[in-house]
Design a protein around this ligand. Structure first.
Ligand code: HEC
Length: 145
């Protein structure tokens, strides 16, 4: 019984922590960090999000983007805001993400890198479906159509 209540509490926290930023008023498309110190994982996510936005605009200008973030490798061991934000399926998702990221650098022309970029965004969303649904609408804006 007690553990059930704890689970409910934990799930509640998870939902709050992961969905509240999406509910914020959308004054501008740039997304501002919250007042509390972000977790290690949240900081990595913010950087990856910024990097992907940058890459999108570079590609839309018809130029190849560099993709050499070392943060992707820290994702697996980084501390999340709440321990239950990561779970057994987290690492395979992170590995899939890292593999997708590598494809960005294999691309030698813009069209190929756009495909690789869109695939990467897909792997962001795939992990987020399982672990952190709040930012998904924001992540989906990263797709290049
Ligand atoms: C392996 C799983 C996984 C992948 C892949 C992933 N994320 Fe995340 N993301 C998370 C988790 C878990 C959190 C919650 C982190 C926390 O609050 O500590 C998060 C949080 C975020 C946040 C909110 C950060 C904050 O300030 O609270 C954004 C934005 C985000 N991710 C964007 C992205 C983008 C963009 C990508 C792809 C480039 C991506 N994520 C890939 C799991 C993932």
């Amino acid at each position: 019984m007690k553990s059930k209540i704890l689970t409910i509490l934990a799930v509640g926290l998870f939902i709050i922590a992961c969905s509240s930023p999406a509910k914020e008023p959308k004054k501008n498309s740039g997304w501002k960090p919250e007042m509390d110190q972000p977790s290690e994982l949240a900081s990595i996510m913010r950087e990856l999000h910024d990097e992907a936005k940058q890459r999108k605009s570079t590609l839309e200008k018809g130029e190849l983007a560099e993709a050499n973030s070392q943060l992707i490798f820290q994702m697996i061991t980084a501390e999340p805001t709440e321990p239950h934000m990561v779970g057994p399926a987290f690492e395979p998702h992170a590995q899939a993400f890292i593999a997708s990221y590598g494809q960005l650098n294999i691309a030698t022309d813009v069209a190929t890198q756009i495909d690789a970029h869109n695939n990467l965004v897909k792997s962001c969303v795939a992990c987020h479906m399982n672990f952190c649904q709040g930012p998904i609408p924001r992540i989906e804006k990263l797709y290049i159509h």
